[in-house]
Design a protein around this ligand. Structure first.
Ligand code: IYR
Length: 221
């Protein structure tokens, strides 16, 4: 094996009964996660966002290149600029750019071009995918890597009672300009973060998750 290697640390096996118990508790925690669109303006400390982003930064990535950058925004003027740019795109999307099939698929969610949460929520985290590194070197499996990191970010935030919305105004190149990021970075997703507003509702469709038999096939025992 080439390249320096060190002993693996941080793994401790446990009895199968404890595995089952812990996993069931974690499954139940994650099953309670919902994408929300109605946020309270209650502040969330910066340290909480920092630790959640550091958690995301532990994700596996192609050749461990960590091809991500997170811009965490609480500044009201920047949030307003993002809202204005996102709503301009969304007005075009809902006003004709989206196919009828796409609008039909979205109908159960009840979304429209109005995105007040982009100003109400205490934090926006713009996630950028780096197609190349600082020295111009190619990054591998960029979307897979950034998707994994984003999933871990959402999981970390949910684990401490924060709600998120994975928002993808399309196109979202405006995020690169507003956040001052280089052209080698592509906006991946805009994560809206905060506490659910009082009386927050979620679409009933969001409560229906597929059963194990629909999402998994086992080949062998
Ligand atoms: N970006 C639009 C439309 C939208 C698209 C999908 I796919 C969604 O799951 C939700 C919304 C919007 O944010 O309204």
């Amino acid at each position: 094996m080439s390249g320096e290697h060190l002993p693996l640390t941080g793994y401790a096996s446990m009895p199968e009964s404890e595995m089952a118990e812990r996993l069931e508790a974690f499954r139940a925690l994650m099953a309670a996660r919902r994408t929300i669109r109605d946020f309270a303006d209650t502040p969330v400390p910066r340290e909480i966002i920092e630790t959640a982003i550091r958690t995301a930064g532990t994700a596996p990535s192609g050749a461990n290149q960590q091809p991500w950058h997170f811009v965490a925004i609480s500044d009201p003027a920047t949030k307003r600029a993002i809202r204005e740019a996102a709503e301009a795109e969304e007005r075009e999307f809902y006003g004709g750019r989206a196919s009828d099939e796409w609008l039909d698929a979205l109908a159960p969610l009840g979304t429209d071009a109005s995105k007040p949460f982009l100003e109400t929520a205490p934090w926006l985290i713009a996630v950028f995918a780096q197609r190349t590194g600082e020295a111009g070197e190619k990054h591998y499996y960029v979307n897979e890597s950034v998707g994994l990191a984003t999933g871990m970010l959402i999981t970390a935030l949910h684990s401490v009672g924060l709600g998120t919305l994975t928002h993808t105004p399309a196109p979202m190149n405006f995020l690169r300009d507003i956040c001052g990021r280089p052209t080698r970075e592509k906006p991946f997703v805009l994560l809206v973060v905060g506490y659910p507003a009082e009386g927050c509702t979620v679409p009933s469709k969001a409560l229906q998750k597929k059963e194990l038999g629909e999402i998994a096939t086992f080949m062998g025992s």
